[in-house]
Design a protein around this ligand. Sequence first.
Ligand SMILES: Cc1ncc(COP(=O)(O)O)c(C=O)c1O
Length: 358
Amino acid sequence: MAKKLFIPGPVEVHPDILQAMATPMIGHRMPEYADLHGRVTAGLKRLLATESRVFLATSSAFGVMEGAVRNLVGSRCVNFCNGAFSDKWHDVTKRCGKEADAVKVEWGEPITAEVVDRALATGKYDSMTLIHNETSTGVMSPLPEIAAVLRKYPEVVSIIDTVSSMSALSIPVDELGIDCCIFGVQKAFALPPGLAVFTASEKALSRARTVEGRGYYFDFVEFETNDAKNNTPSTPCISLIYALDRQLGRMFGEGVEQRWARHREMASFVRGWVAERGYGFFAAEPYRSVTLTCAVNSRGTDLAALKKMLAERGYAFDDGYGKIKGKTFRIPHMGDMRRQDLEEFLAVVDDCLGGLPG
Ligand SMILES: Cc1ncc(COP(=O)(O)O)c(C=O)c1O
């Protein structure tokens, strides 16, 4: 039996989306693909509130996260680190042969505007990476405040991961001045994995043109050239792009502001459950993520046993990530999920907890 996913990505995929994935295949050099590509990128520009180029890459998010570093880091990069994915991005930056420094704060802490300002004020960097919503810790860093600081440093190209936040709240890419905004589709977009979306400002594209060693598969200049023809450098995951087309229609049908409100409401419901059951929060307010809650296992629940019990009842549960596995657990509230789904899931969790010590 397939388990119902209550993990922070991939998340449950709506049957309409699975049906869109079954659309008969087309060739990516056929006019039908150009129509699809043009429609999808126009929808993404509307959703992201950007006039920048929006590109579709056939890969998981880390493909583009690596690609962005290869394209946009000229002299030296600062990687802001506050969890597993941002720590890994620093490692990836170094593995690409780039000069890079990590500015680390404790897991559970946000990257604040002050932290960004202090690092950039050194004048050492021409690029920076930041994860808006650290999925490993459930921390959402304050993007508008950070964006205000970035305006002081026009020489710095900003590369921002919105992998687990894009579409769940307002992230107006141009207003925030994000040069390269990256996300995968298996989280708040609620599509199957395998497609990553990214934007590139004029500043980002100008930088890419001057940087050597961009490779081919994620060369931003190749993406720009092909996008001008509503196309991609290599054969894209056409079925997923059909799914994205359908999902954008569903998002605009729901209304983006309603979608943001639904995410806020689900977050508040889950936080209420966590507090009532006597668990703690790994993130402090106002930095708790709107798309997942990372709870501290302050009751000492046997999370491995809970996960097993939930699996037997048909639910996939997450018992923490990386070095905080077992000490924390994460409850997602993103994508096409509704409050009723969370009510159903948490009632089963309560039932299982009743059979466990602690
Ligand atoms: C914030 C964040 N960034 C990056 C990634 C990596 O994404 P992918 O596995 O799609 O490469 C994840 C995956 O969970 C994530 O949550």
